[in-house]
Design a protein around this ligand. Structure first.
Ligand code: NIG
Ligand code: FE
Length: 410
């Protein structure tokens, strides 16, 4: 048998081959193959078997995994990848106890990044996005969702979406684009959020026609958009053929979790303060809860999303970084896995489902990313870790040893 690449001597292989999204208790059932080998041909997984069987394979390149852990490339389902500037100066304000929404109200926070993103050239934004993508790849991520939302005017939102499209061409990682024009109310529309939402929804036809985004997202929050405004906006997006997402119940429990279930959103994201009613409706729906505990951690909050309850009640949960310049400044999804264990009380088995198959399902890539299955894209990571339990355990460092994207070693 011929192969382009053979990975042999795998201590533990996690194929993550259940049909996603994996819900509730099933998230705790993890298949682990000991002593495995995987061969790759033309960018795809060609064969999965035992180390003994692998001896008949003639491969152009062989990697000895030395008894370590091998998993699918991680899937990052929620990032604000494209932005200008940075906000390190806000950290001191936050330490003095100024709340996140108060900083936003005073024209800082998201609006500070909006200013910097409007000023930044297309080329500069692209270089910066590529830099962050490199760093994600280095940490074992092979598929990434990327949102706009720091333009808040037609021109800059389109500039951000075009940067994402260019990054898809230039970078080996797979990128999935989301239009988050409804991320905050810009100063020009301070007293007229309705008209602002119309300006953003007027972009739907162009975004669709030019294939600039697959998803439409909105920040449903106190001082940003109400549940009612969000419902109307998202239903309009659906009329144009977009699947929708919501930044829901991040800071105040407005009922965004229920709205996500009601409108059939592919995901409801954050859900840090989701109520029991929200959890119930989420569990009964097809919507995936994308939990972003790095945000609670980074904003210094004691409240973490009730992800334990969500899974116990049967919901599908994914985990992501929320990489952005204000509320979660990290490209390291492995760190989020540790926070999920420590603060959300998720098991390692649940966590692995949450960063692979469920994250892939949350961005419409359930059939191609987040699993090691014959015939699928060969997105594979060899970790410098002896087993899958090692992850939440040894925290804050990068365990990725070899990252393989579409069959090529990065
Ligand atoms: O997901 N919640 C709104 N948006 C981002 C934060 C963006 C920012 O602070 O720049 C989030 O947390
Ligand atoms: Fe976010």
């Amino acid at each position: 048998m011929q192969a382009d690449l053979l990975i042999t001597n795998i201590g533990q292989l996690l194929p993550m081959n259940k049909q996603g999204p994996v819900k509730g208790k099933e998230m705790n059932e993890l298949e682990v193959i000991e002593g495995a080998a995987v061969s790759i041909k033309q960018g795809k997984i060609d064969w999965i078997g035992s180390v003994g069987e692998a001896s008949v394979i003639e491969a152009d390149q062989t990697i000895d995994a030395k008894g370590k852990l091998v998993t699918p490339g991680l899937v990052e389902a929620h990032t604000h990848l494209v932005f200008g500037g940075s906000r390190e100066k806000e950290m001191a304000l936050k330490q003095r106890g100024v709340p996140y929404l108060e900083i936003l109200k005073q024209g800082g926070g998201i609006l500070a990044t909006v200013h910097a993103t409007r000023e930044a050239s297309y080329e500069k934004l692209l270089q910066k996005a590529l830099f962050h993508l490199d760093r994600m790849a280095m940490h074992g991520i092979t598929t990434v969702e990327a949102k706009s939302g720091y333009g808040l005017d037609a021109e800059t939102e389109l500039k951000q979406l075009k940067v994402v499209k260019a990054a898809m061409e230039k970078h080996p990682l797979d990128i999935v684009s989301t239009f988050l024009g409804a991320h905050a109310i810009p100063p020009e529309y301070k007293d007229d959020p309705e008209s602002f939402l119309t300006v953003m929804s007027d972009l739907f036809p162009q975004i669709k026609a030019e294939n600039l985004a697959e998803f439409v997202d909105i920040f449903t929050e106190t001082g940003v958009f109400t549940v009612d405004q969000s419902r109307r906006y998202l239903l309009k997006a659906k009329e144009y053929g977009f699947d929708v997402k919501i930044h829901a119940d991040e800071i105040d429990p407005l009922g965004g979790t229920q709205l996500a279930a009601e409108v059939g959103a592919i995901s409801g994201d954050h859900l840090a303060v989701a109520t029991d009613e929200g959890i119930k409706q989420l569990a009964a729906s097809e919507t995936i809860g994308v939990i972003l505990p790095g945000t609670s951690f980074y904003l210094g909050k004691d409240t973490y999303a009730p992800a334990r309850k969500m899974i116990d009640q049967g919901a599908a949960v994914a985990l992501s970084t929320d990489f952005n310049p204000g509320s979660s400044v990290t490209e390291n999804l492995q760190l989020i896995m540790s926070i999920a264990a420590l603060k959300l009380k998720l098991s390692p088995e649940e966590i692995w489902h949450a960063v692979t198959v469920n994250a892939a399902s949350a961005i419409g890539r359930g059939e191609e990313a987040g699993s090691i299955v014959e015939g699928r894209k060969a997105d594979v990571v060899i970790w410098d870790a002896p087993n899958y339990l090692y992850f939440p355990y040894h925290y804050g460092v990068n365990h990725a040893k070899t990252v393989i994207k579409n069959g090529a070693v990065l």
